[in-house]
Write a protein that binds this ligand. Structure first.
Ligand code: COA
Length: 425
């Protein structure tokens, strides 16, 4: 028994944000029915393809454990089928451009009438306000949610991060909203609307920068390296390079091999509690009692210089040797692991965080597994569905249509072209 077994999701999501959410729910055991446009499907099936005519990794890595039905929801017959699906599902998840579902005739008001128990969950770029009608992609959200203005180096332009905090981040927020609404439905007996706006999600993840915006009113941000460099602060939270976002100064420093390996670096944190051990490790035992270095407050104007000295030591070791030397002394540090290293890391394979699955047209590929581990609800990853792979199965199993009705629906054109195998049967 999986945690969300028995929960049926009508998945109208596409691209990344929504599919991240429904993939998570599927990993927890929900039956996720992905509705796709006949002949086209989720646009990502065809984007960034590495193998011709095969579903892209972009698609396959976001749509594991789901079933796919093709349905033209703008045709009369398609609307009839969709209405039946709305009656049979617990949750509708969508991340269309604002207004698309209303234009289709399946906005919140209509869906509530068809199925008052329905949880109606949406990702949108912005919440209510001046930009609510705008289409939004990942980097737009990073820019409008405060991530880009606070990422990058002080003397460089705003920078987006590789972590998909706008899309995948908002998908995670939405998933929490959905399970919370399902939980509340247990007592109220009613569905409700769940909205996760990408701008809000990014800002939520950037809260430490909003914290610093307010701290700025009361003086310079002393833990930022720009303070040690004597550079004055402006009116808004600045970009802080690799400064740590917390109270313990940190920075990325070079390790042995940095001249040729772009990832031969380590994130080093000068946590106050282990300052003495750091001094011994980097060959500066005299700093332990030096009034200019002994206390965290005294070190604030010397942070760049301290990290230069730490780097002289880390450059004599590989990033993993640095980690091996630091861990026994409780000095936190993070070797910069490349995607190649992560994809080959045996411990991530062992925990199912990275998994290999087999696909009928692609063959074997690597994908992510559930990063959230439940002791009573293990997640097995199954491959993403082919376009419309489960169309007939969903019509009979979920909607209870007879064989004749299924054939009739195919004949109406609402499901697109009947796959050769189904036609032969
Ligand atoms: N049958 C018939 N029509 C369908 C369909 C189906 N099964 N599935 C989708 N469509 C239609 C929609 O009704 C819509 O038509 P309309 O505009 O005529 O009403 C159309 O396909 C496309 O929807 P849209 O969402 O506008 O796609 P887009 O490619 O133009 O925009 C996004 C893509 C991501 C920019 C936009 O969906 C968006 O801003 N979403 C919200 C924010 C978001 O999630 N962004 C991140 C994505 S990772």
């Amino acid at each position: 028994m999986k945690a969300l077994e028995g929960v049926r999701i009508l998945d109208f999501t596409h691209v990344q944000s929504g599919p991240t959410c429904t993939q998570l729910l599927a990993w927890f055991g929900a039956d996720v029915i992905k509705v796709e446009r006949p002949g086209v499907g989720d646009a990502t099936r065809g984007q960034l393809r590495d193998i011709p005519d095969v579903d892209s990794l972009y698609f396959t890595m976001l749509n594991s454990n789901k079933r796919s039905i093709t349905l033209n929801t703008k045709s009369e017959k398609g609307k009839e089928i969709l209405e039946k699906l709305v009656k049979s599902c617990d949750v509708l998840v969508e991340n269309f451009a604002p207004g698309a579902l209303d234009r289709m005739g399946f906005g919140w008001d209509q869906v509530q009438q068809i199925n008052p128990l329905m949880i109606y969950a949406s990702v949108k770029g912005f919440g209510p306000g001046p930009y609510e009608d705008c289409k939004v992609y990942e980097n737009v959200a990073q820019c409008t949610g405060g991530a880009a203005s606070t990422t990058g180096f002080l003397d460089g332009p705003p920078t987006v991060t590789g972590a998909q905090i706008g899309d995948s981040g908002t998908g995670l927020h939405l998933a929490l909203g959905i399970v919370t609404a399902l939980f509340q439905r247990e007592t109220t007996g009613k569905g409700q609307r769940v909205l996760a706006a990408m701008q809000d999600g990014v800002l939520n993840l950037c809260r430490v920068k909003l914290r610093d915006q307010q701290r700025l009113q009361h003086g310079p941000l002393k833990e930022y390296s720009q303070f040690g460099q004597g550079i004055p602060f402006g009116e808004a939270t600045p970009r802080a390079g690799n400064d740590s976002g917390g109270g313990q100064p940190g920075w990325i420093v070079k390790c042995k091999g940095w001249e040729t390996d772009p990832d031969a670096y380590v994130y080093f944190i000068t946590q106050a509690a282990v300052w003495g051990s750091i001094c011994d490790l980097i060959g500066k035992p005299e700093w332990k009692d030096d009034p200019g270095y002994a206390k965290p407050e005294a070190r604030l104007d010397k942070i760049p210089q301290i990290f230069d000295t730490i780097e002289q030591w880390t450059k004599t070791k590989t990033k993993l040797e640095v980690m091996e030397a630091c861990n026994p002394l409780n000095i936190p540090c993070g070797p910069i692991l490349s995607m190649k290293e992560l994809s080959e890391e045996p411990s991530l394979r062992a925990t199912g965080t990275v998994v290999e699955v087999d696909h009928p047209t692609r063959g074997k590929y690597l994908t992510v597994g559930n990063p959230i581990k439940l002791s009573d609800s293990p997640s097995e990853v199954s491959r993403s569905p082919l376009l419309g792979e489960h169309t007939s199965e969903i019509l009979t199993q979920v909607l209870g249509l007879s064989e004749d009705e299924v054939q009739e629906t195919w004949a109406s054109g609402a499901l697109g072209e009947m796959p050769e195998q189904a036609a032969a049967e």
